[in-house]
Design a protein. Sequence first.
Length: 329
Amino acid sequence: MSAKLDRRHFVAAGTAALAIPFVSSSASAQSAWPSRQIRMICSYPAGGQTDLLARAYGEFISKQTGKTVVVENKPGASGAIGTAEVARAEPDGHTILCSISTTYIMNRVVMKNPGYDMDKDLTLVSVIPGAGLLLVANPKTGVKTLEDFVAFARKSGKVNFGTYSAGSSPHMTINELNKQYGLNIEPVHYRGEAPMWTGMLEGTLDAAMGSYTAAQSVLQSDRGTVFAVHSKKVDAIPNVKTLPEQGATSKFFTVSGFSGWAVPKATPQPVVDRLAELCVAANNDPKVKEVLATFVLEPAIGFKETNALYQRELPIWIESAKSLGLEPA
């Protein structure tokens, strides 16, 4: 749908589409979706990026369908607790998961039994490709580029590098840089970005990696210097080059990660398609735009694009994760 359509035309089009009934794969009778309240389970805590995305998109879906969307936070075990609940839910489109690529990809590598099988139990509906993650150095290091960082790491012998969890994208980035350049970067794992950036503010870290928004406390106080971004340029700092642009060669530096929505595997395809259409249409909603801008995120993409992204990035994530040598918990 063209972004140039005015709001009245957009609402009218959405209303007309909702009038089309769906044929369930488990019954011959036609039934409209949604027919009752929708539960959107967010597998991370309230107040964070994933939660705010769930609420903004959920509110839009509610307005368009005329049915209440209730967001329930079910955090724990890197998103596995909430995800397992959705995997067991009735596959009728009335229980939706909002989570991140750690839940959809990493848990299959680092957990023996996360309580769900991504391939057998869930269908990805729509995702928001991840933003470029910043690599930030303590100003005392004098690092301003990846070349500077490699030289500093070799001279120092050991570098304390903050991550926001074991098995995270920063953790894998450290592993890949160690392999390529023969470094001894030591990951320092925190429980989330906030405490990690606090560590940078306190001067206990040589470097850290995380989102542009969360890093502002460090950058605005001149306690950190951005010397690279992971795989994608960040519009707010266009002069900072990506790791590949600075010579890093790992395939992992080509993936973006993502946030997004999934439903139980047997959910009828027409319901999946309609939900994906609503997620994409929500990109034009003012509240959704505000949340996307806050976290410097791209808009949600459609069902086919989502699954193409997932299939393209999945083997790269798995290969990099396995190379960490983490034993499944």
